[in-house]
Write a protein of this length. Sequence first.
Length: 472
Amino acid sequence: MGACRWRPHACKVPGISQHIVIAGGGFGGYYTARSLERLAPAGARITLINDVNFLLYAPLLPGAAAGTLDPRHIVVPLREHLRRTALRVGYVIGGEHERGLLRVQMISGQLKEYRYDHLVVALGSVSRVLPVPGLAEHAIGLKTIADATALRNRIVRHLELAEGLDDKRARAEYLTFVFIGGGYAGLEGIAELQGFAHDAVKRYPRCRETGTRFVLVDAAARVMGEIQPQLADWAVELLAGRGIDFRLQTTVSEVHGDAVVLSSGELIPARTVVWTAGVRASPVAEQLGLPLTDGRITCDEYLRVVGHDNVWALGDIAAVPDPARPGRPCPPTAQHAIRQGKLLARNLVRVIRGEQPHPFTFKTLGAFADLGRHRAVANVTGVRVKGFTAWVIGRCYHLAWLPGLDRKSRLIADWAVELLFPRDLAELGVLASPPRLAPGTVQPMDSGRPQDSGQVAGAPPVADGDPSGHGG
Ligand SMILES: Cc1cc2nc3c(=O)[nH]c(=O)nc-3n(C[C@H](O)[C@H](O)[C@H](O)COP(=O)(O)OP(=O)(O)OC[C@H]3O[C@@H](n4cnc5c(N)ncnc54)[C@H](O)[C@@H]3O)c2cc1C
């Protein structure tokens, strides 16, 4: 046993043939699996269940939404990095913990039950949508790779649509983008997308004449509560200087397909609304039959679910006591999920061996927000950094944490291309929906195109007599 402690991968302890099932392969689940591969006794089996076969590096989503990064370069294929873990692609739908069972709907549609000795829940979070009329129907999030790709395609499509419209007022609707929520995701998102639109519009003469408009709405008196007020003020000043409108201490009352109504009564004609006003634990938490605190799974400081010896939880879905803020749960950040994943694996192995687990003691190192165009703000262990230096720190941080040398190389290549060449304006929204094969018929060019609010439906009739598109 003593030898196993120091060379755990060589451990051959009889009876340690445990099955560890990890639900969720994002930051928390992936780092748990990676660490378990090194630490778990040789007889232990590790199964990871995720609804896709990759880890999404969410902090780089704004870059993908702005077309700076190829969406495939901000995801990490799980099979390439997990050698000892069996990956199963399916959707977790429930569990029966007295019997040690996890229920999963496989991508084939088949329902399967996974029997576990230890269960790790790392299913993350979803956008926290408030009951604002029209919000769920018309707004788009910035939480998934599909959101980022759809946003980029939406902007290009709206530029194309607006360029073909004679009515200036209708054109303005397509060229106005309202972001709701001024956390780091909202600020990074609006900064990146405004930069993209600013560059792209140069190639659309009629749109350039109308101009693009970006508005950020937040209920709080200041943006980015995670960062010092001086840095938040500096960020607002910088972005306002680029033409972004801020509506603080304001909420959204209604969202329509072609306008947003604010609590101040102001109506902003806009056909794109991006919802970045926070996250909540995945609703699957409620189906798992585990104790919850404000929707998150209640854990102790060892990352074990309260009242369950062999069920663990971490990341955005878990309410783990925050060592930095007694009485409150850890904030939903990748920084925490990664550290929790590493500790959880060590604790789980300690418990299997009959040893005492260790408490979670990590305190936030800081936060930063990339404001585009080589500017950022950063709070590094309490030290305020802004401008180009903060931007360099942010890029180095992502390079360090994005798993895999191949992914890091692709990231560097994307960033280098961004510096050297103009923005790519091809809109490939049709990629996910190829036209149906129909013998003997000719398919219209855009058949199969997914419907989005970029459809001209609802726009005034267009009478464009100028085939060059340069009139108006
Ligand atoms: C735009 C944006 C920017 C961000 N920037 C930062 C930043 O700069 N710094 C920072 O620290 N954090 C940042 N975050 C937060 C960070 O991404 C999350 O805190 C982190 O991803 C949480 O890790 P997790 O493992 O709990 O969840 P996730 O990483 O979301 O992983 C959950 C996994 O579970 C899968 N899943 C969900 N439901 C099911 C199901 N029912 N069945 C099977 N699989 C399922 C998901 O597909 C996913 O793979 C950002 C988030 C966003 C959206």
